[in-house]
Write a protein that binds this ligand. Structure first.
Ligand SMILES: Cc1cc2nc3c(=O)[nH]c(=O)nc-3n(C[C@H](O)[C@H](O)[C@H](O)COP(=O)(O)OP(=O)(O)OC[C@H]3O[C@@H](n4cnc5c(N)ncnc54)[C@H](O)[C@@H]3O)c2cc1C
Length: 535
């Protein structure tokens, strides 16, 4: 088998590139969002907002998760609340696209989704880690039913264009063989005395026993083709019933083929803190959360109101907006306080009289680029032919990801996440028309699933930099940017406070939006009560 290296030596640069290319979207996501810090949500119960001072009012800009958490809690505390929202629906980036939905991106391209009834794609958020206690709290409170989201599927594929002649490999044997070979090497080192300075004789015996179990080694601490290793990597023929039903043992791939394939770089993805089991999704699509908030808040949200200017003085805050449902008529709304959750990529273009530190912070934060493709197929060939039920295939092709639905198994049709692109490849796709993005996604995906070509029905392509309501995917903090701007971004400026995923240490997750909104309104309440109510 061709492991894909040009043979000979491999430079450190090539190695890092290999990791970056093959590890695909999840590692990019992790690298860009947490900078290696696994941040536990700071959520510790509902926000501590007491009774509102009499007559106190709050204007909230944006009905995404942050804006709607703020609105619900402030309403419950007795504040007079009003939300102005650009879109004609609640949720912001929390959104599911379903059959019949229309979406017009910047540049004027309109897509009308043709998915069959019951199918959807989540163009933005699609998974909820079990430790995102804040967003899970609101799912429970609002009656949003959750189901499992499959992240790791041992039967999904790992694919590298130069690995194993471009033939997709199942996750299972790659993981089993990687563990097995590493265990054998370590066992050899331990037995040869190579670890004597590091582990005691007694611990060495325990280590050997653990390596034997972890790596499925034989009694001589070798990783070979036998029942034990096949039980991890899969049999050539699975066991069955009756005559001729004995399983056929499979043979491990060679270590150098495995190493040079680079496919091992995908293995730890499911061990990243944000990707660990249990992950969840709302039944019917992630957008069910935003929709439930929208129902709860009812007429407190004014839709199709595009905020164009924000002014504050000692007495309160006024937001000027275009009423998009009525020919863009100019109106304004005022309140004592303002929680602004408009993404910074847009807010930076809206005149607002706040001080230089907050202005500088708003303008400093760049937004990541991302593209997601939703593809409907006539039949679930990934289940019928490939036996893949939920989970993710990773590839070093620009599409990076094929996500299989974690629900509706054995239904007639299905919608795949046919691509999840980042960085320059996302910008390249963004510059195409939606139809071109889908064609390119199909061409690439067919290298893994040749069935694409016969089974495709229709699709949608979401390029976040062309989204009129976000102009990007999420705020991309660096340590240096945080040090200079984060506190200035989050601190009150007069009567205005900002909230949203960008004002959190959990950017790119709904949990960041929830926790930032809770923190903002707790501080708002302290100020409002200190000032004795309405201005
Ligand atoms: C591709 C992608 C994948 C993601 N994956 C996940 C995931 O798996 N899990 C997860 O938890 N999170 C994920 N996220 C992150 C999550 O979507 C966000 O962190 C969260 O939804 C942000 O909420 P928010 O309220 O801060 O902002 P938004 O949802 O952006 O809300 C801001 C609101 O302001 C409105 N607005 C904008 N301009 C104006 C204006 N001029 N006037 C009035 N209103 C305006 C917008 O329409 C919007 O409703 C993902 C995001 C993307 C894009």
């Amino acid at each position: 088998m061709d492991g894909g290296s040009s043979g000979g030596g491999i430079t450190r640069r090539q190695l890092l590139r290999m990791i970056g290319m093959t590890a695909g979207s999840a590692v990019m996501y992790q690298a860009m969002t947490s900078l290696g810090l696994a941040a536990e949500s700071g959520y510790s119960g509902p926000p501590k907002v007491g009774k509102a001072p009499p007559g106190a009012s709050v204007l909230i800009l944006g009905a995404g998760i942050a804006g709607m958490v703020a609105a619900m809690e402030l309403r419950d505390a007795g504040y007079k609340v009003q939300i102005l929202e650009f879109n004609d629906r609640p949720g912001g980036r929390n959104w599911s696209i379903r059959g019949g939905d229309r979406y017009t991106e910047l540049g004027g391209e309109t897509q009308v989704c043709e998915f069959d009834e019951g199918h959807y794609i989540n163009p933005g958020p699609w998974r909820l880690p079990y430790h995102h206690h804040g967003i899970l709290h609101y799912c429970k409170r609002l009656g949003v039913t959750l189901e499992n989201f499959v992240q790791v599927n041992y039967n999904a594929y790992l694919h590298g264009q130069n690995a194993f002649d471009g033939k997709p490999q199942r996750h299972r044997p790659i993981q089993a063989d990687y563990h097995g070979h590493v265990a054998e090497l370590l066992a050899k080192a331990a037995q040869g005395g190579g670890l004597d300075q590091l582990v005691s004789e007694q611990d060495k015996q325990i280590l050997l026993a653990s390596l034997q179990w972890w790596g499925a080694l034989d009694q001589d601490y070798r990783y070979t083709g036998n029942h034990g290793s096949s039980d991890r990597r899969g049999f050539n023929k699975d066991p069955g019933g009756g005559l001729g039903a004995a399983p056929e043992i499979s043979q491990p791939m060679k270590l150098d083929d495995l190493l040079r394939s680079g496919l091992w770089s995908n293995l730890p993805i499911g061990a990243l803190y944000d990707m660990q089991t249990t992950l969840m999704q709302p039944v019917g699509g992630m957008g069910r959360i935003g929709e439930a908030f929208g129902r709860e808040l009812g007429s407190l949200i004014r839709y199709q109101c595009k905020v164009t200017r924000i002014e504050q003085n000692d007495a309160g805050v006024t937001a000027h907006f275009s009423d998009l449902a009525n020919g863009g008529a100019e109106h304004s709304a005022s309140a004592d306080w303002c929680v602004c959750t408009i993404p910074l990529s847009i807010l930076g273009q809206i005149p607002m009289n706040v001080g230089a530190p907050m202005q500088a912070a708003i303008r400093a934060l760049p937004y990541a680029s991302s593209v997601k493709l939703g593809l409907q197929f006539k039949r679930r060939f990934w289940e019928e032919d490939d036996h893949i039920y939920g989970g993710i295939t990773f590839t070093d092709l620009p599409i990076t990801t094929i996500g299989y639905p974690s629900h509706g198994y054995h239904s007639e049709k299905g919608v795949l996440l046919g691509g999840y692109l980042w960085g320059t490849e996302a910008m390249r796709f963004t510059s195409m028309t939606p139809a071109q993005r889908i064609q390119e996604g199909l061409k690439q995906g067919a290298k893994i699933h040749p069935q694409y070509l016969d089974e495709f029905e229709n699709g949608v392509a979401m390029a976040w930099h062309r989204s009129p309501f976000t102009l990007g995917c999420f705020g991309q903090w660096t340590d240096a940017l945080r040090e200079e701007h984060y506190d200035n971004l989050c601190a009150f400026d007069g009567r205005i406070v900002l909230a949203g995923e960008h004002a959190s240490y959990i950017p790119a997750w709904q949990e960041g939006a929830v926790t930032s909104a809770m923190n903002a309104i707790e501080r708002l309440h302290q100020r409002a009560t200190a000032q004795g109510g309405a201005a």
